[in-house]
Write a new protein. Structure first.
Length: 123
């Protein structure tokens, strides 16, 4: 009887956790926002720690649901990091070209922005 109840609970959890398997539309989780580089880095660190904790346990239907929820925040953080890394690369290119053209104002301005952004990621 207990095994049957556990199987029924697991099946119900999977049904509600992964409704796509049932062919239904459903609202996805939004995850924590990552509107700034700092927020993205903090969320990536915090939610990686949470994911690591879940992965250290047996993966039950409940823990798979928890992983599913965590990934939304991680995806938001990585998306923001992707955008920011592109901006960082563009600023470094401006510094590079300005140094070739003896443009100290641009080197200083863009170089400071580059350093501020990269130091948010690498401390």
């Amino acid at each position: 009887m207990a095994l049957t109840l556990k199987l029924a609970t697991a099946a119900a959890t999977l049904l509600f956790t992964f409704p796509a398997f049932a062919g239904e539309d459903y609202n996805h989780f939004k995850g924590e926002p990552a509107e700034t580089l700092t927020q993205a880095v903090v969320n990536l660190s915090d939610y990686n720690n949470k994911l690591e904790q879940v992965l250290s346990r047996d993966l039950t239907p409940e823990s798979l649901h928890e992983v599913h929820q965590l990934t939304y925040t991680l995806e938001n953080a990585l998306g923001k990091l992707d955008d920011e890394l592109e901006d960082i690369a563009e600023r470094l290119e401006k510094v590079h070209k300005a140094s070739e053209h003896a443009d100290p104002d641009t080197v200083k301005k863009e170089g400071q922005i580059y350093l501020t952004k990269t130091r948010t990621i690498i401390k």
